[in-house]
Design a protein around this ligand. Structure first.
Ligand SMILES: *[C@@H]1O[C@H](CO)[C@@H](O)[C@H](O)[C@H]1NC(C)=O
Ligand SMILES: *[C@@H]1O[C@H](CO)[C@@H](O)[C@H](O)[C@H]1NC(C)=O
Length: 323
């Protein structure tokens, strides 16, 4: 009996030592990343506020360890998931744009990226990219029919609809978890604050967009907390004179309006947003975000067309490099 116990003890001993060593190595890791949690949160900053600089100093960390409760993240009962639908297509700057976007999204909690390629199949470039992006994501593809690939026609209609269809299918059976959907084109620039604003969307929320419509910004005009019109330099007669980057919709609204999609038929250029929003909401119902629509938190940036004038016709380099 005793010898059995002894042999068990010696079998376990090395494992215990390994665990102790691993725990020790873990606590000696180099300083933690600047933000303690992988997303931006003014709450966290406010909580830790003035103490943050101290955290970086070695000895203080040890003291803080004594009171674990202070390091616990605040309880966040069911933070609504943000679903970002991004249509994308193959072009020289594609990977650069997706990299910028992923670097932003990686700092947002509870974000699910729905990347929809305009292609007959998933490309290797995007597949590899997503596999390494470190983000919860879904990779879809749908080709735009040839007849719609003309200047003057709205773009990414099929891709956005594929994202909507995926969302509806995914939540078909279960009771909808709280969620918010927005359309994140891959050429825009997003402030992290924007995600905090949109996360509290009850039905449909709106906010200003910078560098769009031939102006420095466009914005919903707000009076007494309600949207009453639009500040825009282009087609002010649109029912919702807003860019794709200027609104978010709650998952519940998407699910309870199963037929709401982006339309090809009868849709005029620039009317995609209005055509879609008309199906799910009214101007009176819109929830203004970003300080009653007085802050620009997203910019409709455009990457300059790259100069490939000196690119050789045939592959000349000794290696093949993905760009
Ligand atoms: C740890 O911190 C909490 C909250 O700041 C405080 O209520 C508690 O008394 C502290 N415990 C110890 C042992 O200092
Ligand atoms: C927006 O305006 C309404 C009505 O004027 C006001 O009650 C509310 O506090 C404002 N919201 C913000 C975030 O400033």
């Amino acid at each position: 009996m005793k010898s059995v116990l002894f042999s068990r003890f010696f079998i376990l001993l090395p494992w215990i030592l390994i665990v102790i060593i691993m725990l020790d190595v873990d606590t000696r890791r180099p300083s933690p990343p600047l933000t303690p949690r992988p997303y931006f949160s003014p709450y966290a900053a406010a909580r830790g506020g003035p103490r943050l600089p101290l955290r970086r100093a070695g000895p203080v960390r040890g003291v803080e360890k004594l009171n674990e409760s202070r390091q616990q993240p605040p309880p966040q009962p069911q933070l609504p998931t943000i679903y970002a639908i991004t249509p994308t297509y193959s072009r020289p700057v594609q990977k650069a744009e997706l990299t910028r976007l992923a670097n932003t999204f990686r700092q947002v909690a509870q974000l699910h990226w729905i990347l929809v390629e305009d292609a007959a199949a998933r490309s290797e470039l995007v597949s590899r990219f997503l596999a390494r992006a470190g983000l919860p994501s879904t990779h879809l593809h749908v080709p735009t029919p040839r007849r719609y690939k003309r200047p003057g026609l709205p773009r990414a209609t099929e891709q956005r609809n594929a994202g909507l269809a995926w969302l509806r299918q995914r939540h078909q059976h279960q009771r909808a978890q709280p969620g918010v959907l927005f359309f994140a084109d891959d050429d825009n620039t997003y402030s992290l604050e924007l995600f905090q604003e949109m996360r509290t969307t009850r039905k449909v929320s709106v906010w200003p967009v910078g560098l769009v419509g031939g102006r420095r910004y466009e914005r919903p005009l707000v009076e007494n907390g309600k949207v009453v019109g639009w500040y825009t330099g282009w087609r002010a007669d649109r029912p919702f004179a807003i860019d794709m980057a200027g609104f978010a919709v709650s998952l519940q609204v998407i699910l309870s309006n199963p037929k709401a999609v982006f339309k090809r038929r009868g849709s005029q250029p620039g009317m995609q947003e209005s055509d879609f929003l008309k199906q799910i909401t009214t101007v009176e119902e819109l929830e203004p975000k970003a300080n009653n629509c007085t802050k620009v938190l997203v910019w409709h940036t455009r990457t300059e067309k790259v100069n490939l004038a000196n690119e050789p016709k045939y592959h000349l380099d000794t290696v093949k490099i993905e760009v």
